[in-house]
Write a protein that binds this ligand. Structure first.
Ligand SMILES: NC(=O)c1ccc[n+]([C@@H]2O[C@H](COP(=O)([O-])OP(=O)(O)OC[C@H]3O[C@@H](n4cnc5c(N)ncnc54)[C@H](O)[C@@H]3O)[C@@H](O)[C@H]2O)c1
Ligand SMILES: [Zn+2]
Length: 357
């Protein structure tokens, strides 16, 4: 089902290969290359140590703290002190945190060095491994620094699924759903069945990952720098990022995005843009993503502050993506007025995500 493919980027064309990480790593690793590896992955896959020989490894404990500009500065200093030079490559093995750190460091070190990526969880494999975004945190401001800097090669190995948690699976499924809805999903009952099955049936999950990567690839080849059409793929994201922020990143990204899509739909229904029935039908599928995640109490003032802090916003106007229907998302400006504030309060306090409208 999976064929290797290339992604056309302004920087260079880069390749995505479906291959055993062991084979790929042994072939790729050269003297002087440095590895940046998620510490959980490094302990769950002890064979990595043998494959790596004498190459230097920096382990990263995946957290938003590790993604801070200060921490990355320290890491880059250590990389330079180790004797890393321009022809050497950084090799990232891990999830989104390791990806962002390595991409960002590679983009600024010696005005840009080559990097390779082995995504190890569902979120990175189905989505973020392509797209070239490099976002790191500045103080309390999440993802406010960065640019675009793709790896030269991505190796996806589904063998890493043996150790991912159910929560991580949910997060990947939430991320994939936003692609399917934005693309214009035409069969919601079938999608619902597939999402339920994907938790236990790897073949179904593979089909979904394949579809998700296909949609993402098409979009980034049209608008790599997120200046136009790619914007609508922020569906669920502004609302989701704010939720991640107020819950101290306890809610994984893709699960927060699922709640974010439901909130976007509730607002869209309130504005008369979509029917209440459509919102309810989509919610049934989204619920499969957050089914094992309790949402803590959300402080509405903090939530709106987090929403306004999103890098896409100016003043009291909040830029979000709303929906006029499946495949018909659009950029909208929300005024932080009483009406919207009341609706968001109702969403969280009355737990509208648990109920049909
Ligand atoms: N650059 C982009 O395009 C992009 C896109 C989406 C998200 N992100 C960023 O990525 C981060 C979220 O990514 P994430 O959810 O992958 O977070 P993460 O990197 O923290 O990974 C989540 C958890 O999964 C664990 N893990 C990874 N692979 C595993 C495996 N095979 N087995 C067991 N555990 C494994 C990690 O140790 C971690 O505990 C955020 O900082 C977000 O801003 C970046
Ligand atoms: Zn996302």
């Amino acid at each position: 089902m999976f064929e290797n493919f290339t992604v056309k980027s302004i920087f260079r064309e880069y390749r995505v290969s479906f291959e055993s990480y062991e084979t790929a790593l042994v072939r790729e690793i050269k003297k002087g290359d440095i590895l940046i590896i998620d510490s959980n992955v490094f302990s769950l896959y002890p064979n990595l140590r043998q494959l790596i020989n004498e190459n230097k490894v920096f382990q990263v404990i995946a957290s938003e703290q590790a993604k801070s500009y200060d921490q990355i500065g320290k890491l880059i200093t250590q990389i330079i002190e180790h004797g890393f030079s321009k022809p050497n490559r950084l090799i990232a093995i891990g999830g989104g945190v390791v990806q962002d750190i390595t991409a960002f460091a590679s983009s600024i070190l010696f005005r840009g060095v080559e990097w390779l990526f082995f995504p190890t969880n569902l979120l990175t494999q189905c989505d973020s491994c392509i797209g070239s975004k490099t976002s790191v945190n500045c103080g309390e401001y999440k993802n406010q620094l960065g640019g675009f800097y793709p790896p030269s090669q991505i190796y996806i190995d589904f063998a890493f699924w043996t150790t991912i948690t159910e929560k991580e699976k949910s997060s990947g499924l939430g991320e994939m759903l936003h692609y399917f809805f934005v693309e214009g999903e035409s069969n919601l009952p079938k999608l619902h069945k597939e999402i339920v099955a994907a938790y236990t049936d790897d073949d179904v999950l593979l089909t979904l990952v394949n579809r998700s990567l296909g949609i993402k690839r098409k979009m980034i080849e049209i608008d790599e720098f997120d200046n136009g059409p790619r914007n609508i793929f922020n569906y669920g994201h502004s609302f989701g990022h704010a939720l991640e922020g107020v819950t101290n990143y306890e809610i994984p990204h893709g699960i927060a995005v699922a709640y974010g899509m439901d909130l976007a739909n509730v607002i869209s229904a309130h504005e008369g843009l979509i029917s209440i029935e459509l919102r309810n039908q989509v919610r049934i599928i989204l619920k499969e993503v957050w089914r094992n995640t309790q949402l803590p109490e959300v402080n509405i003032k903090d939530y709106f502050d987090a929403l306004s802090k999103d890098k896409k916003n100016v003043g009291n106007d909040i830029k979000v993506i709303l929906s006029k229907g499946l495949g018909d998302m659009f950029k909208a400006t929300l005024r932080r007025d009483d009406d919207i504030q009341r609706l968001v309060v109702k969403f969280f306090e009355n737990k509208l995500y648990e109920a049909d409208l």
